[in-house]
Design a protein around this ligand. Structure first.
Ligand SMILES: Cc1cc2nc3c(=O)[nH]c(=O)nc-3n(C[C@H](O)[C@H](O)[C@H](O)COP(=O)(O)O)c2cc1C
Length: 228
């Protein structure tokens, strides 16, 4: 298997959310998915329990059913609420509310890119679903909630990093879980296993992804205590 990038810092800074640059026509070998997941299994986890489960989907009819679900998620969680000017959605997604023109343009680009994938999800070679076998926490805050999601996202992100180093791109597409129950039926998940995120995977049509803009570190790091 060809490894394109060995430098860990380069992988960490150039693993972008890939949507537009997926090569839909190039087969993704099952061995690549397996190798990258095997590496990702070394990620940190809560309670030293491997409560993660993965389903990798390649069948066209199953991918089409998932894509239809994803189109509905876009309609219900983005298009309709933005049109109706629902305050929570507007605050979260409306490009016009971002702080400066550069941020507005960036948010506009991200929304257009998300829609691009929404319209083409069935063409992505592999849709990987990271699931949790832990009971869903009853309270939103606290160690249970942190441990629940925190036991899945590290392995999911390690998987994305391993893919990137091998010339593949992916995106953490959690929005699909808006329809968690229907998704569970399509994937035939057993009782007690919950989908946490979808990760569409494809080879990328370019390799030179760049570090993205991030806020200056001084804005997000404080030493010893919070002080503005
Ligand atoms: C928790 C989480 C949920 C996300 N959900 C989605 C999603 O549903 N659809 C999507 O296209 N991208 C999704 N993303 C990807 C982000 O949009 C993307 O990482 C962000 O815009 C920054 O872009 P970059 O990673 O290329 O720097 C998600 C990322 C995270 C961490």
């Amino acid at each position: 298997m060809t490894k394109h990038i060995s430098d860990i810092d380069e992988v960490l800074t150039t693993t972008r959310a890939v949507r537009r640059h997926m090569d839909f026509d190039r087969l993704v070998e099952p061995e690549v998915i397996e190798e990258c997941l095997r590496l990702a299994q070394q990620a940190t986890m809560g309670s030293n329990q491997e409560d993660w489960q993965f389903v990798a989907v390649t069948e066209p009819t199953r991918k089409e059913a998932i894509a239809a679900l994803y189109r509905d998620v876009w309609l219900e969680t983005v298009e309709k609420p933005l049109k109706a000017q629902r305050p929570d959605t507007v605050a979260r997604l409306d490009p016009g509310l971002r702080s400066d023109p550069a941020q507005q343009a960036r948010q506009q680009r991200v929304l257009a890119s998300v829609k691009y994938l929404v319209d083409r999800l069935q063409r992505v070679p592999v849709l990987v679903f990271a699931c949790s076998a832990k009971p869903v926490p009853k309270t939103a805050l606290g160690d249970r909630a942190s441990g629940y999601y925190g036991s899945i996202f590290p392995i999911a992100w390690s998987f994305q990093l391993a893919l990137r180093s091998r010339g593949l791109g992916s995106v953490m597409a959690t929005a699909i879980v808006f329809h968690a129950e229907k998704l569970g039926e399509i994937l035939q998940l057993p009782e007690g296993t919950h989908p946490i995120t979808m990760i569409p995977v494809a080879y990328t049509d370019k390799l030179d992804f760049k570090p993205a803009y991030r806020r200056p570190l001084e804005e997000i790091l404080r030493w010893e205590k919070w002080e503005d």
